[in-house]
Design a protein around this ligand. Structure first.
Ligand SMILES: *[C@@H]1O[C@H](CO)[C@@H](O)[C@H](O)[C@H]1NC(C)=O
Ligand SMILES: *[C@@H]1O[C@H](CO)[C@@H](O)[C@H](O)[C@H]1NC(C)=O
Ligand SMILES: *[C@@H]1O[C@H](CO)[C@@H](O)[C@H](O)[C@H]1NC(C)=O
Length: 328
């Protein structure tokens, strides 16, 4: 009897340390090969534990009644804290266009708009890697589209130039920045080079801008009044995709499909920590959403895109949005 108690205790003890099953370890190995991950032996067990916890959250979420699903992706072996430090803006940004200079019409607006299907106006989803440079991808994505709509030529523009050169406009390379401040930089710098001429490294570097290779230009920066989501809609419906920032919380890391909504994120200018590009909007079973281009590669979300609920300043998405006017 005594022996049995000790044995039970041992089994319980072992399973408390390693609560994952053989199936979980199999899933982890499959995921590792899918995402090309390798670890040394200590790291392996540490990452397996985190993977197991993330997979538990994902499975639990997907059993519930939610407007979006979660899934495994390249971030599934990271805690949110690790993710936040590598991929998000960790300092509050100065975004406060109390009164913007976007001039709205009174509509009416189409029920849905998708700049990806209106013409060749949106470049493929890119991957920022472990650098807090989301703001540069939001900026290039927007200027690429604005320029393509004006010229019918879709260029791939340089994020690295913004990482390396835009410091004088309150931007901080891999430590963050804002699209509106990046558009200001491009305007005063008189141009942005292409991705080919100034390739992305995901590291802070010294500025290597060459004026004779400038390929896209900003005539003016249009800020949208803070929290005015109707002005964002007006801009996307009538003009072009729009850059915006919002707050990413831990569940967003695992987003896979559907309309993202949250009851835990904040909605003010001082809490935004990620910048992206609204390329359109629509409705699904009465739920209005934005179509958003992210910069975490095509394995994340819906081929790199996500939907987020529209009309409620969800996670502060209307806190600081902007777009440039192209000079052609
Ligand atoms: C905000 O603006 C102030 C004043 O221009 C500047 O010193 C500070 O670095 C800015 N903060 C960020 C995160 O850009
Ligand atoms: C737009 O925002 C940028 C950066 O926040 C700012 O420097 C600029 O003055 C604003 N432009 C207008 C017209 O308000
Ligand atoms: C933020 O959310 C709260 C709670 O839903 C709401 O009362 C408030 O008006 C929102 N603020 C903004 C700026 O959207």
């Amino acid at each position: 009897m005594k022996c049995l108690i000790v044995l039970l205790f041992t089994v319980y003890h072992v399973s408390a340390l390693h609560p994952y099953s053989e199936q979980d370890e199999y899933d982890f190995k499959l995921w590792m090969s899918q995402f090309g991950k390798t670890y040394d032996i200590d790291e392996y067990y540490h990452r397996l534990q985190i993977f197991f916890e993330n997979k538990g959250k994902i499975d639990h979420h997907n059993k519930g009644n939610h407007k979006f699903t979660m899934g495994l992706n390249q971030f599934s072996d990271l805690t949110f804290d690790e993710f936040r430090r590598s991929f998000l803006l960790t300092e509050p940004q100065n975004c406060s266009a109390t009164k913007g200079n976007h001039v709205s019409s009174d509509g009416p607006y189409p029920d849905s708009v998708d700049w990806r299907t209106k013409g060749n106006y949106v470049t493929d989803v890119k991957n920022q890697g472990p650098c807090g440079s989301c703001w540069t991808f939001s900026t290039t994505g927007c200027l690429e589209s604005v320029t393509a709509i004006a010229t019918k030529k879709l260029l791939h523009l340089s994020e690295q130039q913004l990482v390396d050169c835009a410091q004088a406009f309150n931007n901080h390379g891999c430590n963050g920045g804002l699209p509106s401040q990046a558009f200001e930089y491009i305007k005063y710098n008189k141009g942005l080079m292409t991705e080919d001429d100034y390739p992305y490294t995901a590291h802070d570097g010294t500025c290597k801008f060459k004026a004779d290779l400038a390929a896209a230009f900003v005539k003016d920066v249009i800020n949208i009044t803070k929290y005015d989501e109707m002005d964002m809609l007006d801009a996307v419906a009538r003009h072009n995709p729009v850059s915006f920032a919002y707050e990413v919380t831990s569940d967003f890391m695992h987003y896979q499909s559907g309309v993202y909504t949250s009851t835990v994120c904040h909605n003010t200018t001082d809490t935004v920590n990620h910048a992206v590009l609204a390329v359109g909007y629509g409705n699904e079973k009465g739920l209005a959403y934005w179509i958003v281009k992210n910069s975490w590669g095509t394995n994340w979300g819906m081929k790199g895109y996500f939907f987020i609920e529209r009309g409620k300043n969800m996670c502060g998405l209307a806190a600081c949005s902007s777009y440039p006017l192209a000079m052609v």
